[in-house]
Design a protein around this ligand. Sequence first.
Ligand code: SF4
Length: 217
Amino acid sequence: MRKQQRADIVRDRLGELYPDPPIPLDHVDDFTLLVAVLLSAQCTDKKVNEVTPELFRVAGDPKRMYELGEAQILEIIRPLGLSKQKAKNLEGLSKRLLDDFGGQVPRSFEELESLPGVGHKTASVVMAQAFGVPAFPVDTHIHRLAQRWGLTSGKSVTQTEADLKRLFPESSWNDLHLQIIYYGREHCTARGCDGTKCGICRELYPNRRKPPTTKKA
Ligand code: SF4
């Protein structure tokens, strides 16, 4: 089966399973989404959703976040991984938004990626989920599943993003990003798999005899 045929099947099946995938990180606007995405690095969305109600109650905009300051932010987000660095970044990011962007979250990859703690993946999630701009953020789940489904060689996350963008129509990127994450969490975890237990893989690889191998992100 050709790679494009596999991609089409994946898109159809995920569309059937998750017709309207919700955004998993709780937020109320662009700023709180940006904060939640930044906090989710090396951490589950569930954990992030446990600390953000209090953080957003006391610092739901860049001015109040900056005024709260690194030490107080850290007190609230301490249960999360990399909390010290994240607290520092949230203070710095809020200052940059106030100084350079009129307190608003900028709407370009370049400007977003210039903010403290915001890399390409975080910027892509914000562009997609806050502004509806097509993007394909690749995290470890997506990197793993794309390899198990034979959609990329998995050489790097950059390569995986480029391969997925080529195989799927732009209009489907934002939903697919979420659908693949949900499928990864629920069915195709990081644990080993013989590559035949799910209907998707049996359809893509009816003659599969060996478990698929994956390269880490
Ligand atoms: S069969 Fe294994 S590799 Fe394929 S989708 Fe299911 S869990 Fe993932």
